[in-house]
Design a protein around this ligand. Structure first.
Ligand code: NAD
Length: 650
């Protein structure tokens, strides 16, 4: 089955996952039949879809009416009805192996012979499920995350017999429904995301059990010093302590005593009112940023890196897949491989080895792949190579940026859609590196845009600030200046939120175009801060004191229409005309005379900072300089000959 041949999809189960999967598949334009065992379960699931589509429509995030999407969804309690003409079946029934094997046995009888059969299981073996059919080669894992409408990641898992063709179809289907797939090439327990999440939760539980840390200390350190969205104990309370407990038991792994105690006392987390924190008599997680001092975060991160190394060394996943999985599936600020490369793999290995020696515990046994990397000198970013390769002759792999240079247009996409493209120090560093190393002669203009459909960039990434000292922030991050001073015109293509540091990046660009639904603002004041990437100064110069102070002091957002009226952006454009308007601007910039554009940019940037006389002098100088160029000869000749000029930049 080729992905292009998929027309009809069946989803089995209308519960939490089933109805969410049905919704995203229908939103992507496929006909879907959702099946459950009782009519009332279907009705509940269908109502949840209606509610969710309505919400998306209200937020302008649905390109069509909810009714149009709903028209693509059929429901039934009859399995044969649901699957007899399905090209792809996605099973999201309860997590019981026997039940799933029964279902797949039936699917084998009832579906067209070339149909792809997928399971959304979180923890069962795809191989064991596939064995219930006569076509295990066409069975694959398709692990969505909860809730499917919001979560971007889908793990595509190979069972032992799954063919590349089947896995590829599943992978491409995930892309077709606008989600991000990663390959999990072997059917390992926990797949990728839950495998790496294991040590994140497990190691702090051991540290607390052994009296080496407190719950608050661990959570505060991981959130405030290391930038994770939630602390390990807070996360365990949310997912349910019994869930993690069963997973460990199934995998035959030892249970940290503190977890055993909690499970014995039936304190299972939020759902029982009490877990590691008290939600009934207390207010839940009660840690402060300063509680995290002295917690050994490396002990936890070294174990995650080790788990990642095992997956990579065993050919289960690539470093990139692991990192993408953890960013999109667990909301990590960066993947464990990138982070370990930054820490230094030698330091990671040393930590594991010393803990292994000290405790004798298997969980610190270093992965062969990690040892091989370190022994070969690939100790991470500083060495130029670790899990990834870095900086070879000015080119490098970027973690948070996509870039493409095509016919003189350098498109730079901020690629952290799961964090609304928040600008972290790393991302800003990558922008700086890219613009500082690109061959300017190949570039005629730069377009910045945000990945995903929600934001250009919603601000700075403030996770992990607690580890920084005030002097770390004394200098304005060079990226904003690099963009501002880049020798070619720069344009911010804003579709969605453009806030805080995101707005500052747009302000550092020469031109700004935005869709009507976009929103602008400097919310820093609400955090007790001020804009720190040039925002106060650029807003002042661009908008004048009255409006600039309104934005900075009140911290409120303004819509694109007002932003245009204020002169913050060049155009506010209806969504369906946006790409065309951007293309018109870009065409003019790309076909314009590079040297004259560079001189215009310089004298206008610098002229704004000096008195009129000095500005006029700069302009005359620039004018004189241009008179001797080939481009001026070409421009005037083309004008005489009534044709379009072809500027070479000479
Ligand atoms: P759920 O209990 O909310 O829904 C399961 C639904 O399947 C129920 O409505 C049930 O009536 C229905 N069902 C039972 N037998 C069926 C059958 N033979 N055919 C069709 N439907 C049947 O469970 P859920 O949270 O949606 O989980 C479903 C699957 O997704 C499980 O395998 C689970 O491990 C996996 N998963 C869950 C999450 C999560 O966070 N909830 C995340 C990823 C994957």
């Amino acid at each position: 089955m080729d992905v292009n041949d998929i027309e009809n999809v069946a989803v089995l189960g209308a519960g939490n996952m089933g109805h969410g999967i049905t919704e995203v598949v229908a939103m992507a334009g496929y006909s879907v039949t959702m099946r459950d065992v009782e009519k009332e379960f279907i009705e509940d699931g269908y109502e949840s879809i209606e509610w969710s589509l309505q919400k998306l429509a209200e937020k302008d995030r649905l390109g069509e009416s909810p009714e149009t999407v709903l028209d693509r969804i059929e429901t039934t309690v009859d399995l044969a009805d649901a699957v007899s003409d399905a090209d792809l079946v996605i099973e999201a029934a309860p997590e019981q192996l026997d039940l799933k094997r029964d279902i797949f046995g039936d699917l084998d009888e009832l579906t067209p012979e070339d149909a792809v059969l997928a399971s959304n299981t979180s923890s069962l073996s795809i191989t064991r499920i596939a064995e219930a059919t006569e076509r295990p080669d066409q069975v694959v894992g398709m692990h969505f995350f909860n809730p499917p409408v919001k979560m971007d990641l889908v793990e595509v898992i190979y069972g032992e017999e799954t063919t590349d063709a089947t896995a590829e179809t599943a992978y491409e289907f995930v892309e077709a429904i606008d989600k991000t797939p990663i390959y999990v090439r072997k059917d390992v327990n926990g797949f990728v995301v839950n495998s790496v999440l294991g040590p994140f939760m497990d190691e702090p539980a051991w540290m607390v059990s052994n009296g080496n840390a407190t719950i608050q200390q661990a959570d505060a350190a991981m959130v405030h010093r290391r930038g994770y969205p939630m602390g390990p104990f807070e996360l365990a309370d949310l997912t349910g302590l019994d869930v993690g407990y069963h997973v460990r038991n199934e995998a035959g792994r030892p249970i940290p005593p503190i977890l055993q105690e909690k499970v014995d006392a039936e304190d299972l987390g939020r759902k029982t009112g009490r877990g590691y924190y008290d939600y009934e008599e207390g207010d839940g997680p009660d840690y402060d940023p300063e509680d995290g001092e002295d917690f050994d975060t490396l002990q936890v991160e070294a174990r995650m890196a080790n788990e990642a190394a095992k997956l990579i060394g065993d050919d289960v996943a690539t470093a990139d897949a692991v990192d993408t999985g953890m960013r999109l599936g667990a909301g990590f600020p960066e993947g464990p491989c990138r982070r370990a490369d930054k820490i230094g793999l030698d330091a990671v290995l040393e930590k594991l080895e010393s803990l292994h020696e000290e405790t004798g515990a298997d969980r610190f046994d270093p992965a062969d792949y990690l040892v091989t990397l370190v022994e070969s000198g690939a100790t991470g970013r500083d060495a130029g190579e670790g899990f990834y390769e870095y900086d070879t002759g000015g080119t490098r792999d970027y973690q948070f940026l996509n870039h493409d240079l095509d016919d003189g247009v350098l498109t730079v996409e901020l690629d952290r859609p799961e964090q609304l493209n928040a600008l972290s120090e790393d991302l800003l560093g990558e922008i700086d590196h890219l613009l500082s190393n690109v061959d300017v002669d190949d570039v005629r203009c730069v377009v910045f845009e945000g990945a995903g459909d929600r934001a250009f960039s919603a601000g700075a990434d403030i996770g992990g600030f607690a580890d920084a000292t005030p002097t770390d922030f004394m200098d304005v991050t060079p990226a904003f200046e690099t963009v501002h001073e880049f020798d070619r015109p720069t344009l911010a293509k804003v579709d969605g939120f453009c806030l805080g540091a995101g707005l500052e990046l747009a302000l550092a660009c020469d031109l700004r175009l935005a869709t009507e639904g976009s929103e602008f603002g400097s919310p820093e004041i609400g955090l007790g801060l001020i804009p720190g990437g040039g925002g106060t100064q650029r807003l002042l110069r661009m908008l004048g004191e009255t409006r600039a102070k309104e934005l900075v002091f009140r911290g409120n957002r303004i819509d694109a229409e007002r932003a245009e009226e204020w002169g913050l952006i060049n155009r506010c454009v209806p969504e369906d005309e946006f790409d065309d308007v951007v293309a018109e601007f870009v065409d003019d910039l790309v076909s314009g005379p590079p040297i004259a554009l560079k001189v215009a940019k310089t004298v206008m940037n610098e002229g704004g900072e000096v008195g009129l006389d000095a500005g006029l002098a700069m302009e005359s100088q620039g004018f004189g300089l241009l008179m001797g160029t080939e481009d001026v000869r070409e421009g005037t000749a083309a004008f005489r000959e009534d044709r379009d000029p072809e500027f070479e930049g000479n």
